[in-house]
Ligand binder design. Structure first.
Ligand code: ADP
Ligand code: ZN
Length: 605
């Protein structure tokens, strides 16, 4: 009798139970049906197609947009004893021929391919006539969405799989939460009859933090040093220049930092991506070009040095942290100029008024999140149509509710400064007006005789900038292409005093001991940290010997469980989650020995 999905889960992957919707998806695909799977990053999408591909006769074809990571995915599967391969331009001719032969003979469970390769006429012919097919898995399926930032035109042509390969089940997967994406995938991939599996998009192990105050780089450094010393992280910056500056700054401070952006030579970029992927203590400074398909489970933090482009993008980018389920953090620092810039972009596009309106409300949602004084997780999930009943207790506003103040009067003064000077000046000048800072320019323009001249000298510059930023964020002000501020109709109730305005005091988004309670340690309490480090070092040696990423041997979560339960014989070792038959055989003895040695040493001391 062939093994059941549950048996494969246990013996091959070493896991005890399916998670969430996994089992339902596996059953659907096993039975030959199509499926659309929306699960957050780290939710466990891969097993949904890997197990059916292993159990159904024939080869499972996995379409994935990033060939740079295919080899790692294949390595990880081979470690678990799965017959996997990829076909892409990086293979030499002999290897490619061998993979081709294996596929034709049905000797592979999984074959990874980029869409460009798959869609070549001869590849499609080959698959149709020569290869026994178990299924098609379309990973990162949101790439069909023309509105999304990961749009790949080739993805639209994947509809051909439905037309030409009737009877071969298809499973489309994405971590994009927006409900429209689901409909787009169904429509564009001709998968209207597919069953949809929608998981909760909450990522409870990610702690969200946002700050607006002070020097961003310093705050970042403090955050890394206090919470993530010698751990993997990603730092997103808006521009290439800022990527390089940030990487240089961190390196200068002794952080193991690399850069990644589209302006670098392709080889350098890929080399850095691989270094990051393989190490467990590297910080990658990058533009959002470094993104989709990062398949690294132990990214302990994702930092944003600027505002992201949208809530969707933020969710996606921060979602790259903590795929392994261990505690991780999403950290952001932004400032007034970010808000002005995003407001300008929306106003300046040539798009139709309807499109602009949609963009404006997306930006409003993002800014509301960033300036929030209530639970960030509730706001985030609410944006994706999911209700979280109670505040989460694992974001900055829950852990350390921000101070707010009645800013009605200050806002009236700020708005009055905008209005009286003709709605065309930028924040720096407006603050000068409020401070009554004499200049020839102000004299010449006649502003020194305005009522509002010097009316705000009791409030400091940083506080005024915070007021202007929050007024922009709330949509009471908009910015023109030169940064000049203009009022919107939303000002009226504040100006007339009909509406009180609560603003929050800016905070530094670092954590550490000062304001916010220190983040939960990255490891559960019963883990022997000394042993954990020893196991990590053993893992590093084994990974280097084979030229594979460390996590491919065992994930951090698996090492943590070893360091808590300390199995000293193979039978107990096999019980650890993440230890399947193949890894038990390959690594069991080494790890059990390390654990036993460590215990002896400890007992002796
Ligand atoms: P996704 O592709 O959805 O981001 P992955 O498939 O990479 O997620 O899985 C995320 C992590 O969870 C991986 O480390 C994987 O091995 C682990 N995992 C997946 N399913 C299970 C399960 N049923 N039990 C334990 N761990 C699991
Ligand atoms: Zn919260």
């Amino acid at each position: 009798m062939p093994p059941t999905p549950q048996q494969v889960l246990e013996t091959t992957f070493g896991y005890h139970a399916f998670r969430g919707e996994q089992q339902a998806v596996v059953e659907r695909v096993m039975a030959g049906g199509d499926a659309i799977v929306l699960m957050p990053t780290g939710g466990g999408k891969s097993l949904c197609y890997q197990i059916p591909a292993m159990l159904r006769p024939g080869v499972g074809i996995v379409v994935s947009p990033l060939i740079a990571l295919m080899q790692d995915q294949v390595d990880a599967l081979r470690q678990a004893g799965v017959r996997a391969a990829c076909l892409n331009s990086t293979l030499d001719a002999e290897t490619a021929r061998q993979v081709t032969r294996q596929a034709e003979a049905g000797e592979l469970d999984l074959l990874y391919m980029a869409p460009e390769r798959l869609l070549q006429a001869h590849t499609l012919d080959w698959l149709e006539h020569r290869v026994p097919l178990a299924l098609f898995a379309i990973d990162e399926a949101h790439c069909v969405s023309q509105w999304g930032h990961d749009f790949r035109p080739e993805y639209l042509q994947l509809a051909v799989l439905g037309e030409r390969f009737g009877g071969v089940p298809r499973i489309a997967l994405t971590a994009t939460a927006a409900p429209v994406t689901q409909a787009e995938i169904a429509q564009r991939l001709l998968m209207e009859d597919a069953q949809k599996f929608l998981a909760s998009f909450d990522r409870p192990n990610i702690r969200y933090r946002v700050g607006q105050h002070g020097d961003a780089r310093k705050a970042l450094l403090g955050f890394i040093r206090s919470d993530h010393d010698k751990q993997s992280g990603i730092v997103y910056c808006m521009t290439r220049k800022k990527v390089e500056q940030t990487a240089a700054f961190l390196s200068g401070q002794g952080v193991n930092a690399l850069a990644y952006h589209a302006g670098m030579a392709g080889e350098d970029r890929e080399a850095n991506a691989r270094l990051f992927q393989r190490s467990d203590d590297t910080v990658m400074c990058a533009t959002v070009a470094f993104g989709m398909g990062i398949d690294k489970p132990d990214v302990r933090f994702v930092a944003h040095m600027n505002l992201p482009r949208s809530v969707e993008a933020y969710y996606q980018e921060t979602g790259r942290a903590g795929r392994d389920g261990l505690p991780a953090q999403a950290w952001m620092h932004f400032g007034l100029s970010d808000v002005i810039q995003l407001r300008q972009w929306v106003e300046q596009t040539d798009a139709s008024e309807a499109h602009k309106r949609a963009e404006r409300s997306r930006l409003d949602a993002l800014l509301a999140y960033c300036e929030a004084v209530t639970c960030r997780r509730q706001l985030l999930l609410d944006y994706f149509g999911e209700a979280l009943e109670e505040p989460c207790g694992n974001c900055d506003t829950c852990l350390n509710p921000p101070d707010t103040w009645d800013a009605t009067e200050a806002a009236q003064k700020a708005l009055s400064a905008v209005y009286r000077t003709g709605q065309r000046f930028g924040v720096t000048y407006l603050v000068d007006v409020l401070h009554g800072k004499d200049s020839e320019r102000a004299e010449g323009l006649g502003h020194t005789s305005l009522n509002v001249w010097g009316a705000g000298s009791d409030v400091g510059q940083a506080a005024w900038r915070s007021v202007f930023r929050q007024l922009l964020a709330k949509g009471l002000l908009v910015a023109d292409e030169h940064g000049g501020l203009r009022m919107t109709p939303a000002c009226k109730p504040v100006l007339t005093g009909a509406q009180r305005l609560e603003l929050h005091k800016d905070v530094v988004a670092k954590s550490g001991g000062t304001k916010v309670k220190k983040a939960k340690k990255a490891l559960p309490g019963n883990v022997d940290e000394g042993l954990f480090e020893a196991l990590k070092s053993l893992r590093r040696d084994l990974a280097e010997d084979q030229g594979v990423p460390a996590y491919v041997i065992f994930h951090d979560a698996t090492l943590a469980e070893m360091a808590a339960h300390k199995p000293t014989d193979l039978q107990a070792f096999a019980e650890i989650s993440g230890v399947g038959a193949s890894k038990l055989d390959k690594y069991g003895e080494d790890f059990v020995r390390e654990i036993a040695n460590h215990e002896e040493e400890f007992a002796g001391s």
